[in-house]
Design a protein around this ligand. Structure first.
Ligand code: SF4
Length: 455
């Protein structure tokens, strides 16, 4: 049985997709690189942007045409809005929530689709039940798509209901994964020498809030992770994304400062620098609170980089409110900001509101914010010139003869290929220049530390 899986959207989907790969492989599936070679085709959907939803509709229309001349089983899972689910039920053979992905083999069998022998998974024809020991998606062993970088889900869903976002409707309410499972997965990744591990969730720092009475806070979980990584004594960087400013507290930064494996990078979505817009977005925190958090990060984690998300041109945003976002960007001097021009997202509350800021104005504001980002990021990067920085090599660069990698703070670095710069390994690079948002340098020779030369 050959399968093709298309994963759309964020890192959370990527992580879920790795578990779907496992289920399909346990069915006896073999992944193929092109859908035309597959017997089963599936999509892990994303409903955050209309573009991603359109992609699903285009894809399924094509697959349904192909069904006229060959057997093809189609399924969809992931982030699906209720209204799309109704339509998908008519278009796909199988529509299932991610939490039910373990039932996929059984669903194929009971769907009434004629499955030729080549499409059956081992044991199906004998009616052997699919392995039901693992009930939870989180318990499925992921089929990691990298051998040095991995994502560990710690929490799923969202209770925040930001007015521009549909996630609470597609992924449901916040649920925390048991800490023992998280620690077990991290232990295994460290044993297997993974270098970059990211704790994942829609609101990672709301971890434990859904378990009143026996809750482990996010800071406590982070401390346990730091302890575990410290005892293992290996070099790796452990990240988390994304936290929400509303549930963030200073204890998290204390823990990060105390454990060297907890990477010095904080991604703290700001979305807007204006209090009134934050209220309209239902973010439930003020700019004063955001400012306090940034102050605390700078004080407790002086070497850490600061990333953010910003939406420009949110419905009703005035020039003055946009100026407040510009001021905030200048004040906080982000290393990186993912700036999006507002577009109504189906399923979100603001989808029903007038998209009142004209396209051209959004574009203009977007450029103004990007200019500030480029300025602050390049100032940070210029400070690195002449320094030797530790880099996790992530692969060949687009420029021939060069490799690329990321610093602990996730700044892009490129350098000429050399024996020390292997993909998935750490290397030291002396920075020679800064190209705005990224750095360039030369590999340092490998240190041979424990060689005893004197006799
Ligand atoms: S916190 Fe807001 S932006 Fe983030 S997933 Fe929840 S609703 Fe969406």
């Amino acid at each position: 049985m050959r399968y093709y899986l298309m994963t759309l959207g964020c890192q959370m989907n990527l992580s879920d997709g790795e578990r779907v790969h496992t289920v399909l492989k346990e069915m006896g599936g073999r992944e193929v690189q092109h859908d035309s070679q597959a017997d089963i085709v599936g999509i892990i959907a994303c409903s955050v942007r209309q573009k991603a939803i359109d992609k699903v509709y285009n894809q399924i229309a094509r697959w349904n045409k192909e069904k006229n001349h060959r057997t093809l089983i189609t399924f969809i899972s992931g982030c699906i809005l209720p209204e799309d689910r109704e339509r998908f039920l008519k278009l796909f053979d199988l529509v299932l929530p991610m939490s039910e992905v373990l039932s996929l083999p059984e669903m194929i069998r009971s769907s009434g689709i004629v499955t030729p022998a080549s499409l059956m998974f081992p044991g199906q024809e004998k009616g052997i039940p699919v392995n039901k020991q693992i009930f939870s998606l989180w318990n499925i062993r992921p089929d990691y798509q990298s051998n040095f970088e991995a994502f560990v889900p710690i929490q799923n869903g969202c209770n925040k209901f930001c007015t521009f976002c549909a996630v609470p409707y597609t992924r449901g309410r916040e649920v925390s994964r048991p800490s023992e499972e998280i620690l077990e997965q991290i232990r295994e990744l460290i044993d297997r020498d993974f270098k970059s591990i990211t704790l994942l969730g829609q609101n990672v720092n709301s971890y434990g809030l859904d378990k009143p009475g026996k809750k482990i806070s996010f800071a406590k979980l982070l401390r346990m992770v730091g302890d575990l990584a410290g005892k293992a004594g290996k070099e790796n960087w452990i990240y988390y994304t994304s936290p929400h400013p509303r549930d963030m507290n200073e204890e998290v930064f204390d823990v990060m400062a105390a454990y060297p494996n907890l990477a010095g990078q904080v991604h703290l979505p700001m979305q807007s620098g204006d209090d009134k817009i934050l209220v309209r977005m239902n973010r439930n925190h003020s700019m004063d609170r955001y400012r306090e958090l940034v102050r605390s990060i700078r004080q407790k984690l002086p070497g850490a980089t600061l990333f953010t998300d910003i939406i420009t041109g949110f419905t009703g945003e005035t020039d003055e409110q946009h100026m407040n976002t510009m001021r905030a960007m200048k004040e906080f001097r982000f290393n990186m900001a993912y700036i999006a021009q507002y577009s109504p997202r189906p399923g979100a509350a603001s989808y029903r509101w007038e998209d009142s800021v004209p396209k051209e104005l959004k574009k203009e504001r977007f450029h103004q914010l990007n200019e500030i980002l480029e300025k602050t990021a390049s100032e940070h990067n210029r400070d690195q010139i002449g320094q030797v920085v530790r880099v996790l090599v992530t692969g060949p660069d687009r420029k021939t003869g060069y490799m690329k990698g990321l610093t602990e703070g996730k700044t892009n670095v490129r350098f000429p290929t050399g024996p020390a710069g292997k993909t998935g390994a750490f290397a030291d690079v002396r920075i020679s220049s800064s190209n705005g948002m990224s750095l360039e340098g030369k590999l340092m020779p490998v240190k041979i530390e424990s060689l005893a030369l004197d006799g």
